[in-house]
Design a protein around this ligand. Sequence first.
Ligand SMILES: Cc1cc2nc3c(=O)[nH]c(=O)nc-3n(C[C@H](O)[C@H](O)[C@H](O)COP(=O)(O)O)c2cc1C
Length: 189
Amino acid sequence: MVEKRLIIGISGASGAPIAVALLKALQSMPVQTHLVVTKGGEMTLSQECGMNLEDASKLADVTYDNSNIGAALASGTFTACGMVVAPASMKTVAGIHSGYSDNLLLRAADVVLKEGRKLILVPRESPLSQIHLRNLLDLSQMGVRILPPMLSYYSSPQTIEDMTNHMVGKILDQLGYAPETFIRWEGMK
Ligand SMILES: Cc1cc2nc3c(=O)[nH]c(=O)nc-3n(C[C@H](O)[C@H](O)[C@H](O)COP(=O)(O)O)c2cc1C
């Protein structure tokens, strides 16, 4: 059986550790990861994880050049079960919202939307302007899952890694791959 393909986009918002933890978690899932990183994503990977594109590529099955708008991901005939953009900068959110696909990440998201496939965004900015909020609302109304990397305390995180892993668990949960270690709220004890 052909493994499911999942597209992972990393853009230039703070939160590159979420992308790295997500790629690591997906390595043990029955899914093939297809990675595309914007120039901004490369900057945040370097700033926040001390990693370059080559390092990130080692965590994915296939990595694409973001400037290659002729790559497989640019066509709807490339079948994928969906796409996660984590983190999603407000520029990338705006590009997806407007269909302005001037790089491969944006084109891949455009294709996922036009083909009615699952698109999950992990948008990060603070505070959010009305432009950001409107774009996110519109995308949500189109069926895009919006999962901002918000802090949660009910899982009693002890470290930043715990917080990151909880966020990754929420993304994986949307894909039906939440690990057994994912802490769910089971009501007040
Ligand atoms: C270290 C760093 C952190 C950034 N954090 C954010 C952020 O949290 N949210 C955001 O929307 N933009 C952030 N930016 C700005 C974006 O990277 C910038 O708007 C860029 O053009 C986004 O392009 P891209 O979406 O193609 O990666 C950050 C930039 C740098 C260098």
